[in-house]
Design a binder for this molecule. Structure first.
Ligand SMILES: [Zn+2]
Length: 258
């Protein structure tokens, strides 16, 4: 039985890996990745990647499966059922009650800062790639902010997140955050398991390309924000847990990432 954590534990965990100071947080750093000796964190937030869903799709997700096998896969309790507050919790280490961010407009006005800003304040170069309205909340605080238009169809959106992430790597960030939306978009369109599998498999491929491009010694974390919250498969795989995969890039992965 994998150990369970909460999504609010990710920000303090990443801050500890990067040696970045944080304000008091609701989450606590998980000690399972201590001693991995990583100096960089690449975080891929995969929208709607519930824990049960991830396990069910695993045969078609060779990259995530390899990462989980070589590293860790944990069940992480999601602390919000919609994207904006969930991502705010992932990045701030605060519960939704304490960060108070329920929509993007509030995120813009919020005085609460996140891992990306703490990193920048501590001169740890950081970059974020996400939907442009959400990305705007980081402008002026984070070294590199790249927005992708919300109007892009899910597959195109994720391809662009990957392309911009690869571009961002040229700046040699020690923290890179990207948000992939394909699974969630399909769920909102009423797609069934086959379409979701296809979207997940595309994202898995993107994560493989990204994993190949990052320097050895990087920690890659792949996590969901909330379980499927729309469409016919809502509540089928998960009630509140999402997947959280931790992997350290050392030697090349045997199968998929070489
Ligand atoms: Zn979401």
């Amino acid at each position: 039985m994998p150990r369970s954590i909460k999504l609010i534990d990710l920000a303090p965990t990443m801050a500890r890996v990067l040696g970045v100071k944080t304000p008091p947080l609701d989450g606590t750093a998980i000690d399972l990745v201590e001693g991995w000796g990583c100096d960089r964190v690449i975080l891929g937030i995969v929208d709607s990647l519930g824990y049960g869903l991830c396990r069910a799709l695993e045969p078609d997700l060779p990259v995530m499966r390899s990462m989980a096998e070589e590293g860790l896969i944990l069940r992480a309790e999601s602390v919000a059922s919609s994207t904006t507050p969930a991502i705010a919790s992932i990045l701030t280490g605060l519960t939704p009650e304490n960060h108070g961010i329920t929509n993007t407009a509030q995120a813009c006005e919020s005085k609460i800062r996140s891992l990306l800003e703490w990193a920048s304040f501590d001169e740890v170069p950081s970059a974020v790639v996400m939907e442009e309205e959400g990305a705007r909340t980081f402008e002026g605080f984070v070294d590199l902010v790249m927005g992708v238009p919300k109007s892009r169809e899910g597959g195109d959106f994720d391809r662009e997140v990957l392309a911009r992430s690869l571009q961002a790597l040229k700046m040699d960030p020690r923290l890179l955050v990207g948000h992939y939306v394909g699974i969630d978009r399909i769920a909102h369109l009423g797609g069934g398991i086959e379409e979701i599998r296809e979207a997940a498999s595309e994202i898995d491929g993107h994560l493989g390309v990204l994993a190949s491009a990052i320097p050895a010694g990087s920690m890659m974390i792949v996590c969901g924000d909330h379980p499927l919250h729309a469409g016919g498969l809502k509540d089928v795989f998960d009630s509140k847990d999402v997947a959280a995969i931790f992997w350290r890039k050392g030697r090349p992965l045997r199968r998929s990432l070489s």
